[in-house]
Design a protein around this ligand. Sequence first.
Ligand SMILES: O=C1O[C@H](COP(=O)(O)O)[C@@H](O)[C@H](O)[C@H]1O
Length: 347
Amino acid sequence: MYAYVGSRTTRERHARGEGISVYRFDARDASLELAQVVGDLVNPSYLAVNSRRDRLYTVHGDRSDISAFAIDRGTGRLSLLNTQSTQGRNPVHLALDPQERYVVVSNHIGASLAVLPIAGDGSLLPLSQLEPLEGEPGPHRVEQKHAKPHFNPFDPSGRYVIVPDKGLDRIFSFRFDEGRLLPASSVDSRETAGPRHLAFHPGLSMAYCVNELDSTVTTYRFDPETGALQPLQILSALPQTYTGNSRASGIIVDAQGRFVYASNRGYDSVAVFRVRPEDGCLEFLGAEPSLGKTPRFITLTPDGRHLYALNEDSDTIVAFAVDSDQGTLKATGRSVSCGSPVCMVFA
Ligand SMILES: O=C1O[C@H](COP(=O)(O)O)[C@@H](O)[C@H](O)[C@H]1O
């Protein structure tokens, strides 16, 4: 199996990455061995792999582009297929629809969502829909001047696209019908929460949203018929006594739906929550140091036995062992150096 790591590359912004790093991944001990570096790429800051594991897509943060690559399934190596415009600045996330006929992109500074069809060979066709996001920005003077979509996952049925908007303190739900986004509903967050990423529970109709600006996690009941979200609970991802600055970033749920993990940038750590089986709400268990600076991205390995924290500002990918009963994280001592790592996927 291979792991693909996207890094920020813009030197003017002090990024130190080269592009996409391809690693041979050993599930037994979560070790990573570098196999290829695809350089000459601008900020491949979010990656997605198709279900056949032979195509990889990346957005180019700070620009307005998205690229498709072919994956050599024998060697894991990437070769560029093509690049298309997302018609909006700073695309930060992308998701393939379940039929893998379209890719949906969040244009973070462009304040819009882009839909691009995927051709039969996996390359990208020109954009077919640009959906602007509009509303009253939240009160944060620096971060909330306009809509800032930061994530656009499909719901488990593939009928809805859910979009946390960090600039508007709102989460939008869109129907995805015949390759088009159709506004369905929205739900407000607390002022200055800055909803950023959202993860669905694998069995319950629940979703968990990490709020970047106030470092909280909101538990929502998700209505699979209408796509609507109903807030049930808000918990901090930080210890109660922490008084420094911090911004939350990634959120993931384990495959059994027993634990939720969220990363904290500032209080550099991975918050661990237990999912209460009776109602899907969370209990904060604690926050494990990420052993590096600014863990923008976290991911579980496909077998769920390890979790990687990508410490963007200390250039490390750190492996933790996951306790399968308690959900807690234990340092393995394994870490690889990688400039400004910000996203990791497996194929
Ligand atoms: O300065 C920047 O910040 C934005 C937001 O960063 P993020 O880590 O919260 O996504 C980023 O998208 C942009 O590329 C970068 O230049």
